[in-house]
Write a protein that binds this ligand. Sequence first.
Ligand code: PEP
Ligand code: MN
Length: 263
Amino acid sequence: LVSRDVKPQTTVVDLGTARVGDGSLCVIAGPCSVETRKQVLATARHVKKCGAHALRGGAFKPRTSPYEFQGLREQALELLAEARAETGLPIVTEVKDTETLPLVARYADVLQIGARNMQNYSLLERVGDLRLPVMLKRGLSSTLKEWLMAAEYIVARGNNNVILCERGIRTFETETRNTLDLGIIPLLRERTHLPVIVDPSHGTGYASGVTPLARAAAAVGVDGVMVEVHPEPAKALSDGPQALTFSMFETMMRDMRRISGLM
Ligand code: PEP
Ligand code: MN
């Protein structure tokens, strides 16, 4: 069902105030984790002012260590809803498991399935039963076929609103957090009608790499990019090293407009 052979035209996923897959470049930006009311509202206002189309923010965080910040959970969802009410930006937030899906689905405009959950088939089936847009991130070590089959789980249950997100894969290289696989994008375009976005934040793991790779993604031809932005990256409770400052994000948006002209 996700194959380009069965549906030649790219699927357009409607986020309410923005569309992904209609030929424009959708920019999703915001903090890795929602930390405080002040942090998320300030970030939402800034990214909106710079022209972002959606706000991201983690409420339930899948952390490598159980001792690291796990997210503000429902309180974070409330804060994201407040940011949406003020800015009009639709909310992209991760759903980590089937237990919290009903709660997250009450707030989210887009349900993010994280890399670690790409092959959590019961979660994929459950989001497939909804009609909310789903952003399916590529697994840390997943092949193109495995990724498309994971998307198939969602679409097979009747939810066609699936966006694929390339976020880097694990390779021998340890200097970068992940290896952003831009080489897969043209092939993905040929194989599937689902819209494709790129996350250069997790794809690099270092802030100075984010804008160059966002530009590269726009040049390769994607439907959007998702980047992490924080008012004070040094104080971030998660993923600070890869967070763009407000001024870096402003510069990125200027660059993106120059390259794509489709924003
Ligand atoms: C995130 O977007 O903050 C995140 C945890 O991403 P990933 O699942 O790609 O690691
Ligand atoms: Mn993150």
